[in-house]
Design a protein around this ligand. Structure first.
Ligand SMILES: C[S@@+](CC[C@H](N)C(=O)[O-])C[C@H]1O[C@@H](n2cnc3c(N)ncnc32)[C@H](O)[C@@H]1O
Length: 254
């Protein structure tokens, strides 16, 4: 946990837990965020931990601009476009949050991550399935537009990518596919964890700011116990995956 004890990335228990594990480590650390988007809570984290160096890669140009603005003046660098092919970082920690479903060329993504991971480093590969699980509340038809649009986007995801729109790509990732791709890139799985129980994720949206730290702690502890003590009793990984749409596979060099 952070020196301040503060948890970051409220609203997503997987990201909050992974960042807490990283914050618990002594610095200096080089962290590579692979598919950083607009940067989440990194600006606050880097202010708390000046012994961290953050290297980001993000392919989406509007996100890159926002990311650069948000990280200005901090120990961070942003790489974009084709830079991933030659990025020479050797990271102690790689995080890739909610990225894999959007990745079109998955073997290349794994190969780049493996190349950027220092010997002894750890790669937190976190991927979400929630957006492939659209549900319609029959009592509120007015709220159907968002889920239906997302569903149609998902259906067209593979086709768009084949037609050259790689940034619109969406495809669920299966655990077996991840393991095979990791192995092919010279990486090995050291743990798999399921997070973001749907009802707790929904409830988190209603928690007022002054209760968020306590709620995040409760949420992470609850899911730690579900994974450690009750996975088998609940029907194993398949059932955890059905109820918790976020999987984190931890990888190291094989
Ligand atoms: C759902 S967003 C998550 C952003 C950020 N990681 C977060 O958790 O807030 C997915 C990100 O993956 C990026 N992305 C898509 N394909 C990628 C690829 N091949 N390599 C790296 N990032 C990619 C997208 O541009 C987008 O910013």
């Amino acid at each position: 946990m952070a020196a301040s004890g503060r948890l970051y990335w409220f609203g997503n228990a997987a990201k909050a837990r992974i960042v807490a594990e990283i914050m618990a480590r002594p610095g200096p650390l080089t962290i590579f965020d692979y598919g950083a988007g607009t940067g989440g809570d990194w600006p606050e984290i880097l202010r708390e931990r000046p012994d961290f160096r953050l290297v980001c890669y993000e392919p989406h140009a509007p996100s890159v601009r926002r990311l650069e603005e948000r990280l200005q003046g901090l120990k961070a660098e942003v790489h974009a476009g084709d830079a991933i092919a030659t990025l020479a970082v050797q990271a102690d920690v790689i995080v890739s949050f909610s990225v894999l479903a959007q990745v079109y060329d998955r073997p290349a993504y794994f190969a780049h991550a493996a190349r950027c991971l220092a010997p002894g480093g750890v790669f937190y590969l976190n991927y979400d399935d929630g957006h492939f699980r659209q549900k319609l509340d029959l009592n509120t038809p007015g709220a159907w537009v968002g889920p239906l649009k997302e569903h149609l986007g998902n259906l067209g995801g593979r086709l768009w990518a084949r037609l050259g729109r790689e940034s619109w790509h969406q495809r669920p990732a299966a655990a077996a596919e991840v393991e095979a791709l990791a192995k092919g890139a010279g990486l090995k799985v050291t743990s798999t964890r399921y997070e973001n129980l749907a009802s707790l994720k929904a409830l988190a949206k209603t928690v007022p700011p002054e209760k968020q730290q306590a709620f995040a702690r409760f949420w992470i502890e609850t899911e730690t116990r579900l994974n450690a003590d009750f996975a088998e009793a609940a029907g194993g990984e398949t059932n955890l995956w059905r109820e918790m749409g976020s999987r984190t596979t931890t990888l190291v060099r094989a």
